[in-house]
Design a protein around this ligand. Structure first.
Ligand code: AMP
Ligand code: MG
Length: 399
């Protein structure tokens, strides 16, 4: 039996990063940067004022000194004149500092009248002056490839004049659900059927991970039908199926994958939920056979498919935070497998508390609905109330 980390290493060892594509800068939000961003600009281009006030020579500024106001400069224009001894220039926030000046006195700190200002106290050179290049210098490596592009990255790209940027291509992921019992969305389940939820939860997980899902629908537990449907996913970069991977006589996904030409690497992974997962390559593309139980399908997607989809986009890291949280009530992991238990997180005094979402059955999809994270418990352990537990955070949590 492999540990989760061993299985993840096996999967990531087979990643082929997809080619990058150029997109408009705003469309890059949430994508993975695929090029190093070097600055060809200096920002700010010149020293400028961070206040409305007067540009002065710090050496002239003593309590009760009087300076002559000899000019005025606003943001969007250049100074027309230097500041000489005993002089000041009226200046506004963001305006370039006139030459000769090395400090700004905020307007509220002077008494202004009849073209002169009276000073009240000394000022340090550099006061209220934003130096040239304090944000970005020419030649700076501003963003490294492999990082997720957020709002601040978009802002910096705009600062650097980038209208377009190279990002990792979105993986196309074919999603297939197998099972005689499944009624697809839009049809009313017969008395012997249950609704297909995996297709939609998994497609949503694909989208959350930056991929583009391709719905292969529902296919009955028949070898030829499964193999035929798998071949319809050929244009995708990855295939993810759910159900039919255990040892029952109707568990045909592995055989169908082999019939379709896949080379399989099958594992029992030391985890719960999650039965053996099937992972393989079909024509050089990764294929996953996830377990059918809705919670197992989502948790195995989280732990195995998500890292691969991110790596295919060139992303470094999983983008998930792991926190230590204090158990509000006992959290018990039954059995010897590593447990991934669904918990609600609550913030208290800057720390996290965790409690189970309720019953942890792998068919209870509502345990995922209320889960902020997965508490990770080594085999046969119990975390007592008040003890700490490690939690993988799955989503934004509000305090
Ligand atoms: P299996 O792995 O085929 O044994 O399926 C395990 C359990 O998951 C069974 O109770 C199935 O009915 C259920 N299941 C399988 N596929 C889906 C699906 N697409 N949506 C909801 N439940 C499913
Ligand atoms: Mg089945």
């Amino acid at each position: 039996m492999l540990s989760v980390e061993e299985a993840q290493r096996e999967i990531l060892g087979r990643v082929r990063v997809l080619p990058s594509e150029r997109v408009d800068v705003l469309a890059a939000l949430g994508r993975v940067l695929a090029e190093p961003i070097r600055s060809t600009r200096r920002i700010p281009p010149w020293p400028n004022s961070s206040m409305d006030g007067y540009a002065v020579r710090a050496a002239d500024v003593r309590p009760s000194a009087i300076l002559r106001v000899v000019g005025r400069v606003v943001a969007g224009s250049l100074p027309t004149r230097a500041v000489g001894a005993g002089e000041a220039v009226r200046i506004f926030t963001g305006a370039p500092l006139p030459s000769g000046a090395d400090a700004v006195i905020p307007q509220e700190d002077v008494d202004a009248r009849d073209g002169v200002i009276a000073l009240r106290s000394a000022v340090e050179p550099g006061a209220y002056v934003r130096p040239a290049g304090e944000d970005v210098r020419e030649g700076d490596l501003v963003l490294e490839p492999g990082r997720a592009i957020g709002a601040a990255e978009i802002g910096i790209l705009a600062t650097l004049g980038r209208t377009q940027v190279a990002v990792g291509r979105r993986p196309r992921v074919a999603v297939l659900s197998t099972g005689n019992e499944l009624a697809d969305l839009g049809t009313e389940p017969t008395p012997a059927q249950i609704p297909n939820s995996n297709t939609y939860a998994l497609m949503a997980q694909v989208m959350e991970t930056g991929g583009v899902p391709l719905n292969l629908g529902v296919v009955p537990d028949r070898l030829d039908a499964i193999a035929e449907r798998i071949s319809q996913g050929a244009e995708a970069d990855v295939l993810v199926s759910s159900a039919g991977v255990s040892v029952g006589e109707l568990d045909l996904v592995r055989e169908a994958l082999v019939n379709a030409g896949a080379e399989l690497h099958l594992w029992k992974v030391d985890m719960r939920p999650g039965k053996p997962i099937t992972f393989g390559s079909l024509g050089g593309k990764p294929v996953f056979g996830l377990p059918g139980n809705p919670v197992s399908a989502m948790v195995t997607f989280e732990l195995f498919v998500r890292p691969m989809l991110l790596a295919m986009q060139g992303r470094r890291g999983t983008g998930r935070l792991t926190v230590r949280a204090t158990a509000l009530a006992p959290i018990v992991n039954r059995g010897s497998r590593r447990g991934y238990l669904r918990v609600v997180l609550e913030a208290r005094d800057g720390r996290w508390d965790a409690r189970l979402t309720g019953e942890q059955g792998s068919g209870i999809l509502r345990s995922m609905v209320s889960a902020d994270g997965l508490a990770v418990l080594r085999g046969d352990t119990a975390v007592a109330a008040g003890e700490d537990v490690e939690v993988i955070v799955l989503r934004e949590v509000s305090p």
